[in-house]
Structure formats: structure tokens, C-alpha cells
Write a protein that binds this ligand. Structure first.
Ligand code: ATP
Length: 285
């Protein structure tokens, strides 16, 4: 028996960092959604060993792999001896701010839940996922949600207004931990208006939704990598209604209300960047 789970990339429509907890972790308030750019995670039962292989040269295949960590923690939680052989077909750019590793970890939790017949609820899988990474609880659901706390509170939202997404991943590598360590709460962070984003989604109103968008970490990454701002300006120039960094970057995305506009933006951006994707959110009206 083999189970294949889709592990979609996420983008942050809003990302607000509120404060740092005593243990160094951040308090988040963000609206996340998943797009149709996904890894495929196949899982087969195996005697007692957990193993991970991927078709990517950029992803570790040992205990550093988030999918491996998820399998190990779930096995421990379930108190069983089973093993699993995990294969990840990578399509999501690595270390891009698109949550690829977290998506794979969540896919492993969903897949093993089925394969090992655990019947754990999504809530329980999400709580286990939090031990791997703060984005894993969201990825267990992989549907538009308001995410708060350290990432553990995931409130699914309604369907999104209609739009297309142009993802642009510059050829630089950004370490999430590094950017997070540089966040200074004494500085005035450019805050999104998350409540407006929520109202926009509730009313299925694209213009209202984008008027509240923002990423409080954008300035931190952009100060070190000017290409972020340059790509945002280009996205707007070519017709995107809004352009923003995802997660801690470096991927920047533009939203367009029509396919023709998105295609124009996509084609223009391909002249400047090798890695450009035209995608749609997974749950739209
Ligand atoms: P986030 O936005 O959640 O911080 P990201 O999209 O910036 O994540 P990932 O693609 O998850 O970044 O990769 C971050 C690091 O995690 C990489 O350096 C990579 O070596 C490591 N990693 C561990 N497991 C995986 C995995 N299954 N897929 C991709 N990267 C992984």
C-alpha cells in the first residue's frame, strides 16, 4: 500500500509579528492561503525504519528533513514501532518563504495517520506538527486560515475572491532563523491591516482584501536584499494589483484579479527572473 499526499506551497496574504515570547519565539497574526504549486509526498510502510528520499539536491535526507522529523514525532506520540519509507517529489522552491518543508511535514502527518490507522483529528495532527515548525499546523489544513499564537491556532476562513498569483523567486537564499533573529520590536514595523484582509475575504471583495495586505518582516529581509523591492516594483509596473513578500522571503508575489492580467505580469517577470510561477489559490469562490 502506498499513499500519496499533495503538499501545497503557502503564501502569507498578511503577516504580522506582534512580540517575542520569553523563549525567543514570535507571536503571529497572519492570513495564509495555499496555492496550486505542490510537492508530492509518497509513503510506503516499512519494517521499523523511517527513511526519506527526495528528487532534489537541495534538501537533506536525514533527521534535518522536516518530513522525517514529523514521522518520528508521530511515531513516538502513537507509541508504535512501525517504520515508513517516504519519497518527496519537490516542486516548491527550497528556502523560499513558501513553506515547502512544513508542507511536506504536514503531508507526512496526514499520510501516516491513514497508513498507521491512527484516526487522529486534524487538531491533534496540527498540535503534533507544531513541534516540527510553526507553519506545520497551518499546512495540516492547507486551506485559507487566520493563524495566530506561535502558529498553533488555525481558524479556517471562507472562500477567497477570485484572483491569480504570480510567484517570483529570486536566486538568493534567505535563512528564516536569521531573519527572525533580526526582528527588532523597538522599530516600527510596517504592519498589515489583517482585519481588513479578513473583511475582504468575508465579503469576497478583492479590492478590500488587498487594501489590508502587508508583511511585517518585509523590511527586515528587503534591507539586506534590495532585489525584493525591485521585484515588487516590477510586479506593480507590469500590472499586479499588489506585490508582497511571502514569509521571510525571498519569494515575492503579485496578485491580479484577471487571468489575462496575470499572464501579462508572468510573461514580463520571466524576463528578469528564472523562477516565476503563475498559480491560483486552492480554495476560491
Ligand atoms: P518557511 O517559510 O516555513 O520558513 P521556507 O519555504 O523558507 O520555509 P523550506 O523550503 O521549508 O523553507 O526550507 C528551509 C530549510 O529547511 C532548507 O534549508 C532545507 O534544507 C530544510 N528542509 C528540511 N526539510 C525540508 C523539506 N522537506 N523540504 C524543503 N526543505 C527542507
Amino acid at each position: 500500500m502506498e499513499i500519496t499526499q499533495k503538499a501545497p506551497a503557502k503564501i502569507n496574504l498578511s503577516l504580522d509579528a506582534l512580540y517575542r515570547h520569553g523563549d525567543g519565539e514570535h507571536e503571529w497574526r497572519m492570513v495564509m492561503t495555499s496555492v496550486d504549486l505542490a510537492d508530492y509526498v509518497s509513503i510506503r510502510p516499512s519494517a521499523r525504519k523511517i527513511s526519506v528520499r527526495t528528487d532534489s539536491g537541495f534538501v537533506p535526507e536525514d533527521a534535518r528533513n522536516l518530513a522525517f522529523q514529523a514521522a518520528r514525532i508521530l511515531r513516538q506520540e502513537a507509541g508504535i514501532n512501525a517504520g515508513a519509507s517516504i519519497y518527496i517529489e519537490k516542486h516548491i522552491p527550497v528556502a523560499a518563504g513558501l513553506g515547502g518543508g512544513s508542507a511536506d511535514a504536514a503531508a507526512v502527518l496526514r499520510g501516516l495517520n491513514e497508513l498507521w490507522g491512527l484516526n487522529y483529528s486534524r487538531e491533534r495532527l496540527a498540535a503534533i506538527g507544531l513541534r516540527v515548525d510553526s507553519d506545520v499546523p497551518y499546512c495540516v489544513y492547507s486551506q485559507t486560515a487566520l493563524v495566530t499564537g506561535r502558529g498553533e491556532r488555525v481558524q479556517p476562513l471562507g472562500t477567497l475572491p477570485n484572483f491569480w498569483v504570480v510567484l517570483v523567486k529570486p536566486a538568493i537564499s534567505v535563512t528564516t532563523a536569521r531573519i527572525l533573529s533580526m526582528v527588532d520590536y523597538q522599530d516600527t514595523l510596517p504592519r498589515p491591516d489583517t482585519n481588513r484582509v479578513l473583511s475582504g475575504i468575508e465579503q469576497c471583495n478583492f479590492d478590500l482584501m488587498i487594501s489590508g495586505m502587508g508583511n511585517a518582516l518585509e523590511a527586515v529581509t528587503a534591507a539586506r536584499f534590495p532585489v525584493i523591492e525591485e521585484l515588487q516594483q516590477r510586479l506593480i509596473k507590469y500590472g499586479a494589483s499588489v506585490a508582497q513578500m511571502s514569509g521571510t522571503g525571498p519569494t515575492v508575489f503579485g496578485l491580479c484579479p484577471t487571468r489575462s492580467r496575470a499572464e501579462r505580469v508572468y510573461n514580463s517577470m520571466r524576463g528578469f527572473c528564472k523562477e516565476v510561477y503563475l498559480v491560483r489559490p486552492l480554495n476560491m469562490g
